[in-house]
Ligand binder design. Sequence first.
Ligand SMILES: [Zn+2]
Length: 138
Amino acid sequence: MMMTQELRNDLAHNAARLEILEQKALADKADALLEEYAKAHLPGVYADNDTFYRVRWNQAKTHLYAVVIIPTANGIRFGQFAKGAMSRLTHADMLTADQCEALSLAWGNCVMCGKGLTVKASVTRGMGPVCAKGYGKP
Ligand SMILES: [Zn+2]
């Protein structure tokens, strides 16, 4: 069957429309991924206004949760589960390993596990070897 000019035009229009829709779907997907990635997605220490949070995986490793880090006269302690914190915290709020070490030094406890820093190398560095090595890793 010969293609009529009209049919050819129709096909061209549909192809163009399909291409635009596909591009839009891809762009939406990229936006959603970027939005997801902007959220806090790694364990570590996060700062939000004047509050510091320790973010860790739950036991089943299905989601991250946050607790408030509470400085005390002798070191730090970890507060209760910080409800709603994970919906506010973004990846940009995450401290670098260097910042964590500085914070641990200032408080005298590893900000990730709360242990006192006793080994000289750890005291100098600010975090114990395990926490320093694993910092931020999923
Ligand atoms: Zn530690």
